[in-house]
Design a protein around this ligand. Structure first.
Ligand SMILES: [Zn+2]
Length: 136
């Protein structure tokens, strides 16, 4: 089940972003997933809930934007959208084409964060380090 490793990567990247922002709670993550990436959305949601359990990401919602497959049709000289993955042929003229322009995406589109000023202050104070070494 490769969705689990994908969910892990997403949680890592998003968690890192949250740390860089020094606080604030992640409330949601939006992904762009191409139809050719062979990611099962349900399995990914399940995996995401599993890997974020007990972490600051727990309870964050996962939104998925499905990216359709688009190929370049040399006959029409146009970018065309495929209705499915069964046949890589232009739906308008039937010309076969393997020139894939879109559909393999697996990207984090955006991260929703609820600002929490208290958490931000605490984080800033906790990570404060003296710039000069302490005198002996
Ligand atoms: Zn065509």
């Amino acid at each position: 089940m490769h969705e689990l490793s994908i969910a892990n990567s997403i949680a890592e990247i998003v968690g890192e972003q949250a740390r860089l922002l020094r606080g604030g709670r992640i409330t949601g993550v939006t992904l762009r997933i191409g139809r050719l990436s062979c990611v099962h959305e349900d399995a990914l949601r399940y995996s995401f809930d599993l890997v974020t359990e007990g972490t600051p990401l727990a309870g964050a919602s996962l939104a998925v934007i499905e990216v359709p497959i688009r190929i370049w049709c040399p006959a029409c000289e146009a970018e065309v959208e495929l209705p499915g993955i069964q046949r890589f042929a232009c739906p308008a003229c039937g010309h076969l084409s393997g020139d894939i322009l879109a559909g393999r995406e697996l990207d984090i589109e955006s991260i929703q964060i609820a600002a929490d000023p208290t958490a931000a202050e605490q984080t800033a104070a906790d990570t404060h380090e003296p710039t000069q070494p302490e005198p002996l």
